[in-house]
Design a protein around this ligand. Structure first.
Ligand code: SF4
Length: 174
């Protein structure tokens, strides 16, 4: 329903002079709320976490788009290293994508049951609609250096969103 209403909201926004970014932010917030209320739980191997390339330090020489798990050296200079460590610890799939096409290809290849995407409001809005009916939670990136350059993400927010989406493993010792 919100996917259907979004273009109408954008059109109304244009007429009444609302900021498109604010409408997109609201779309992501409402979509997240709906997913939270559905209490979707998946196994780690059924969860795909995707992040845009701009989260990587611009001067980093390592090619992480194909295989961040193997190629990121976890030097701590950007949030990719922390995400790689979290993926290793929790067991979800983690990929860095350069755009919508690669994001769609990654979803097709991994065939997850749920997605957590880190991006700007514009890319989250289109990504969430693209992968529908797959549930996709959006986490907004932080842009202290302007758009698409050395961006960051709140790792605590990422961890807590992922924890809420994963089925808790039974403790082997009871
Ligand atoms: S954490 Fe990984 S991706 Fe980020 S700068 Fe270091 S090696 Fe590069």
């Amino acid at each position: 329903m919100i996917n259907l209403l979004f273009p109408i909201a954008v059109m109304m926004g244009k007429i009444f002079g609302f900021d498109r970014r604010k409408i997109e932010r609201s779309f992501v917030a409402v979509s997240n709320q709906i997913i939270h209320h559905q209490h979707i739980k998946v196994r780690p191997e059924e969860l795909l976490v995707v992040t845009p390339h701009c989260l990587q330090l611009a001067s980093c020489p390592h090619k992480i788009t194909r295989d961040p798990m193997a190629n990121c050296k976890r030097c701590g200079q950007c949030d990719i290293g922390a995400l790689v460590t979290l993926a290793e610890e929790m067991g979800f799939h983690f990929f860095v994508v350069t755009g919508g096409t690669l994001a769609r290809q990654t979803v097709k290849k991994i065939r997850p049951k749920a997605v957590l995407a880190i991006a700007c409001e514009r890319d989250l809005t289109s990504g969430i609609q693209d992968v529908y009916p797959l549930p996709a939670v959006g986490v907004m990136n932080i842009r202290p250096n302007g758009p698409c350059y050395n961006t960051h993400v709140d790792m605590q927010q990422v961890r807590s969103e992922i924890e809420s989406m994963l089925i808790k493993e039974e403790n082997e010792n009871g």
